[in-house]
Design a protein around this ligand. Structure first.
Ligand code: KIV
Length: 264
C-alpha cells in the first residue's frame, strides 16, 4: 500500500485529518504546506465551470486539473474525484481509474456511493487503486440537498452502507451532510477514517471546498465557515489596478522588463 495512504489510515483515533479541494497548481502549492489531503473534486463543475450540478464534468477536465494540482503537491495525499458516468460498471471503472492514476500520478480516487457499487470499489482495490468512498449527500446521484441520518432507520442504512464500503477495501470515506448522531456512530464503528463535510466534529477529519472557505465562490451554506473574504481582497486590488492604469500611474519605469526574470 502507498505510504501516503498508510499515513492517513494511521491518523484514525490519533489526529484529525484536514482536507481541502484544489483545481490548480497555484492553490495546491499553498494547501500542500498544511493539509493532509488535497481533493481534486468534481465540485469544479460548479465552482470553475459554472454548471448547475456536477454531472457534466468530463474525465478529461478532471485529468487536466489534476495534472496541474500534482505540480503543486508533494507532501499531501492527492485524491481525485471520478466523474459521474466514469465508473458505471467494473470494466469502465477500472479503465478510467487506471487512466487517472497513470496520467496524473495521484495517490487515490474517490467514488460516490449509490448504495450498490461496492463490488466496483473492491475490483479497483484489487488492481491496487486506493479508493475513498462518499456517502450521505452524493451530488452525482441525489438531487435534493438534505441532512441524512436523522431517523434511526436512516442512520442504520447509512451505517450499513459505510460498513460495506469499508469491507470493499476503501481507505477512508466522506460523510456529506449527515446528522451529528449518525456521523458519531459511523465514525465509532468504522476502522477507516471518516471525513466530514456538514457532518459535525465527530468525524475523523474535515473537508471543505477551498473556494467556499476563502469566500470567493458565492456559495456559503451554514456548514461552510468563511476563513477569509478573498472576494473583497480581489475587488480592492482590481479596483486599484484599474484606477492606476487609467491615471497612467501603472506601469512606471520600475516595472520595465529589462533585467527582470520572466516566468517560464
Ligand atoms: O467535489 C468535491 O469537492 C467533493 C467534496 C465536497 C467532498 O466531493
Amino acid at each position: 500500500m502507498n505510504k501516503k495512504i498508510k499515513k492517513i489510515l494511521r491518523k484514525k483515533n490519533n489526529s484529525k485529518i484536514a482536507c481541502l479541494t484544489a483545481y490548480s497548481k497555484t492553490v495546491a502549492k499553498i494547501l500542500d504546506k498544511f493539509v493532509d489531503i488535497i481533493l481534486v473534486g468534481d465540485s469544479m463543475a460548479n465552482v470553475l465551470y459554472g454548471h448547475k450540478n456536477t454531472h457534466k464534468i468530463s474525465l478529461k477536465n478532471i485529468i487536466q486539473h489534476t495534472i496541474s494540482v500534482k505540480m503543486g503537491t508533494s507532501k499531501s495525499t492527492l485524491v481525485v474525484d471520478m466523474p459521474k458516468g466514469s465508473y458505471n460498471n467494473i470494466k469502465t471503472a477500472q479503465k478510467n481509474a487506471k487512466l487517472v492514476m497513470k496520467k496524473t500520478k495521484c495517490d487515490a480516487i474517490k467514488i460516490e456511493s449509490n448504495g450498490r457499487n461496492y463490488k466496483i470499489i473492491n475490483e479497483l482495490i484489487k488492481k491496487n487503486i486506493p479508493v475513498m468512498g462518499h456517502i450521505g449527500y452524493t451530488p452525482q446521484f441525489k438531487k435534493k440537498f438534505k441532512v441524512e441520518g436523522v431517523s434511526r432507520i436512516d442512520t442504520s442504512k447509512l451505517l450499513k452502507e459505510a460498513i460495506n464500503i469499508e469491507k470493499a477495501g476503501a481507505f477512508s470515506i466522506v460523510l456529506e451532510c449527515i446528522s451529528p448522531n449518525a456521523a458519531k456512530i459511523i465514525t465509532r464503528e468504522l476502522n477507516i477514517p471518516t471525513i466530514g463535510i456538514g457532518s459535525s466534529s465527530y468525524c475523523d477529519g474535515q473537508i471543505l471546498v477551498t473556494d467556499d472557505m476563502l469566500g470567493i465562490s458565492g456559495f456559503y451554506p451554514k456548514f461552510v465557515k468563511k476563513y477569509a473574504n478573498l472576494n473583497r481582497v480581489i475587488e480592492k486590488a482590481v479596483k486599484k489596478y484599474t484606477r492606476e492604469v487609467k491615471l497612467k500611474k501603472f506601469p512606471t519605469m520600475k516595472n520595465f522588463l529589462n533585467g527582470t526574470k520572466i516566468r517560464n
